[in-house]
Each structure stands twice: as C-alpha cells, then as structure tokens.
Design a binder for this molecule. Structure first.
Ligand code: GLN
Length: 451
C-alpha cells in the first residue's frame, strides 16, 4: 500500500462527496502529495503510528502558509506564519494534512450554521446538521473523506458532532494537549482532540498530539501513557456511575433506551453500574455561557483589523476598528462578545462572572465526589439526534440546550469520549464516557470493550 494512493483516494472521495457534504474549506493538495511521495520513497518513520494517514484539521488550528479562517469573514485571507503544536507533531509523525475543515465561526455554535462561509451537512441525512462547532471534522470522517481529523471542544464541540455523525470523538483532560496555535475561544475550557472511525485510531491520534509544551503554560507536565495498552477488551470489575440528571427530562426516550442497552452490554462484560447524582448540573449551561463569553470577549479583542485578517476601509483608527469588527464578525460572535463584555463590566462582575466561577467549582466538586467511588461516568452525549438545518438557528436558547450533557465536562476539566451507540430513525446516537483527570486510558478501555 502506497501513501500516495491513500492520498489520491482521499482527494477522489472529496471530489465525489464534498459538493454535498461541504466539510472542507481549504485543500492542501500539492503539499500533501509531496509529503506522501517523500514517505513512499524513504519508507515510514519507525514507531510513527499515523505515518501516511490522511488527516483533516479544524480551521481554528493555525497551519503555516495554509489559510486559517476560523470560518470567519474577518480572517478570510489569513495565512499563519507557523504551525500549531498539534500540527507540528502530526507532521513530525508523518501524518498527511489533507485540508482545513469547516466549523462554526470561532467555534461558537452547535450546528455549523454559524460558519461565515458554508453549512456543512450531515452525511447520514443531508437535510440535517452535522453538529458543531467541529462539524466539518466529524462529517469529513463520517463521509470517508479522511480517516482522522482534529477538532476542538470548549463545551462539546468534538463530542456533539461525533455523536451526530456516528464517529468517535474525544475531548482530552484540560492540559493533556497543547493549545499553542489553537485560536482561543475560551482559554480555560478549550481542548484539542481527535475524531476518528474507531477507538483504536483515536488512541493513536491522541498519542501523537499529547504532551507538555513550553509554548502553552497550561499544558500539563504529566506522563503520557501508551494509550493503546488499554485496548484489552477487559473491563471486569469496572465501576460505572450513571447520573440521573443525564437521563432525565429533555432527553429523547429512544436515546435513553440506547444508553440503557449499552449499559446492559457493559454489564455482560463484567462491569457494574449504579445511579448517582451530579446535583449542580442544572447550573452548567448558565455558568458556561457566562464564563465562555467573558473569555471570548477578551480573546477576540485581538481581531482589530491591524494584526490579522481583513481590514475595513475607514477615515480614522477608531472607525477602522468598528467597521472591521462589524463587518467581519457574524451575529453569534457579536452576541457572545456583547454578553461577555457585559458580564465582565464593573458593577456586574460580582453578580455574573464571580458567581459563575463559584458555580463552576461546585460542578467540578460534583465530579470529584462521584470519582471517589467510580471509574467512569456514562450517559448520552446529546439529548436529541441531529436536527434539521434551519430548525434551531433563530432560537439560541434551544440551540444552547443541546450542549447540556457535554458542557459540565469542560467546566470540570475532565476527559470524555463520544462513541456510536446505535441508530434512532436512521440517525446516529452517541454514548458519552467521562473519566477522571488524565485517565483517558480507562475511557479508551471502556469504549473499546463496548465498540
Ligand atoms: N456549542 C457550544 C458553544 O456554542 C460549544 C462550542 C465549543 O465547544 N466550541 O459555545
């Protein structure tokens, strides 16, 4: 098998299906073919698990000389001067970067409808959303355009689209993967993670991108285990917690049935499960939107028309800032910047931002308590399967509610995966497996045994 054939196959598949799916924003064809030929000529690097594998990259990860737009008109022409640490690691391990994938603008959204360029479609049903914000990353893997992709997850943006598209997506522990070169949305929540077809592939891609990085002071200086060593199929004695809040009101009854069936299967393999409570879950959504929007309002201040991207024509500096940002940002991004600026303003800081930080601590403590007795927490990834394009776009609150089961995980900083767990009315359902901090290994063990 030649790498150049694999790469040919990826571009052929893209030319066949991407007109419908619309997952890719930019292709990296020349560079990918050069890289493929080089590997074919000299043979794969020993020990490089992903050598020669076609990989798609979410468009909020900077790639040297390859357009990086965050799906924003403001960055329509932005060509970074360096690679994100994860991209650098992938290239060192001879992964082949096929192109950049569509997303909700600056990773704000759950459907890809907030992209400034195109709406990616769910390969299972083209009238439905692929989820978001890493919708392009999940759809590209589901449609067979690439075997691997990278997404980012601030409040569910890897797991929710993985669930909607029937693929495997993991949000690592906060700090497991360097965020250097990830365009920041909410720095205390953002993590980069792998989206793949199988749990095994997922473990190999996480292995490739993990580890401490001097360029990211929040990347943790902890050992990276051999994740593949957890793929034994043995889960005898595994203790599973099932939060009652995750199977409660608002969760589709068919999705509940699928999760209960999955728990039965895990029981048959020697695991046990019990119902628990994460009592502060009800505050997660409000807490998340205050904290993430506050951080976003600060992070997005850098897009001023001077440093990056498109600059609007204007008479003076102030007008230039205003016009650049008014014309460049879409509605959802503006909504978040305004909410965040308000929440951080003096006089409101204590009532909103500080309160949210206190609630965040309570949510984190809920998880810590459960993990004193259990190895993993299991529930659905999303309350519903993929919805129709246009169905929720005019109703931000309903859209936000779709992330109710994924958001607490980011607030707590713990790792979680979504793995396919059957179909409802022909649409994929995702099973969410949440682990202790830096225990992605046990998540993979459980997911692999189940898969
Ligand atoms: N859908 C959530 C939001 O809009 C999560 C996004 C994300 O994880 N990047 O903020």
């Amino acid at each position: 098998l030649k790498v150049s054939d694999l790469v040919d196959e990826a571009y052929k598949r893209i030319s066949e299906v991407d007109g419908d799916v619309q997952a890719f924003l930019t292709l990296n064809e020349e560079d990918a073919r050069t890289a493929a030929n080089a590997i074919d000529e000299k043979g794969a690097k020993p020990g490089a698990f992903i050598s020669g594998m076609p990989i798609g990259i979410k468009d909020n990860l900077v790639t040297e000389g390859l357009k990086t737009t965050c799906s924003s008109q403001l960055l329509a022409n932005f060509e970074p001067l360096h690679n994100a640490t994860v991209v650098k690691k992938i290239k060192e391990q001879e992964g082949v970067v096929i192109g950049k994938l569509n997303m909700d603008e600056f990773a704000m959204g759950s459907s890809n409808e907030n992209s400034g360029f195109q709406v990616t479609r769910n390969p299972w049903d083209l009238s439905r959303v692929p989820g978001g914000s890493s919708g392009g990353s999940a759809a590209a893997v589901a449609a067979g355009e690439v075997l691997f992709s990278l997404g980012s997850d601030t409040g569910g943006s890897i797991r929710q689209p993985a669930s909607f598209c029937g693929v495997v997506g993991l949000k690592p522990t906060y700090g497991r993967v360097s965020r250097f070169g990830l365009v920041a949305f909410a720095s205390s929540l953002d993590q980069i993670g792998p989206i793949t077809r199988t749990v095994e592939d997922n473990a190999y891609l996480l292995q490739t991108i993990s580890g401490h990085d001097d360029y990211d002071s929040t990347s943790a200086n902890v050992d990276v285990p051999d994740f593949s060593s957890f793929l034994t199929g043995d889960i005898k004695g595994l203790k599973i917690a099932v939060p009652k809040e995750y199977l409660g009101e608002g969760v589709d009854s068919k999705i509940k049935d699928h999760v209960l069936a999955a728990l039965k299967q895990l029981e048959a393999l020697g695991a046990t499960w019990e119902e628990v409570s994460l009592p502060h879950s009800k505050y997660a959504l409000a807490t998340y939107y205050l904290i993430s929007s506050s951080e976003a309002s600060a992070n997005l201040a850098r897009f001023d028309g001077v440093r990056y991207g498109v600059r609007a024509e204007a008479e003076n500096l102030l007008e230039m800032y205003k016009k650049t940002r008014s014309e460049g940002f879409g509605d959802e991004v503006k909504r978040r910047i305004m909410l965040g600026t308000f929440a951080l303003s003096s006089g409101y800081y204590d009532a909103y931002y500080k309160k949210a930080q206190q609630a965040r601590t309570l949510i984190k403590q809920d998880f810590e308590k459960v993990f004193e007795k259990y190895d993993v927490i299991i529930g659905p990834t999303t309350p519903t399967p993929a919805f129709k394009i246009g169905e929720n776009i005019d109703d931000p609150l309903t859209m936000y509610a779709n992330d109710i089961l994924t958001i607490p995980v980011n607030l707590a900083g713990v790792p979680a995966i979504s793995v396919p767990c059957g179909l409802t009315n022909g649409l994929p359902v995702g099973l969410q497996i949440i682990g202790k901090p830096f225990d992605e290994g046990t998540i993979y063990r459980t997911a692999h045994a189940y898969e």
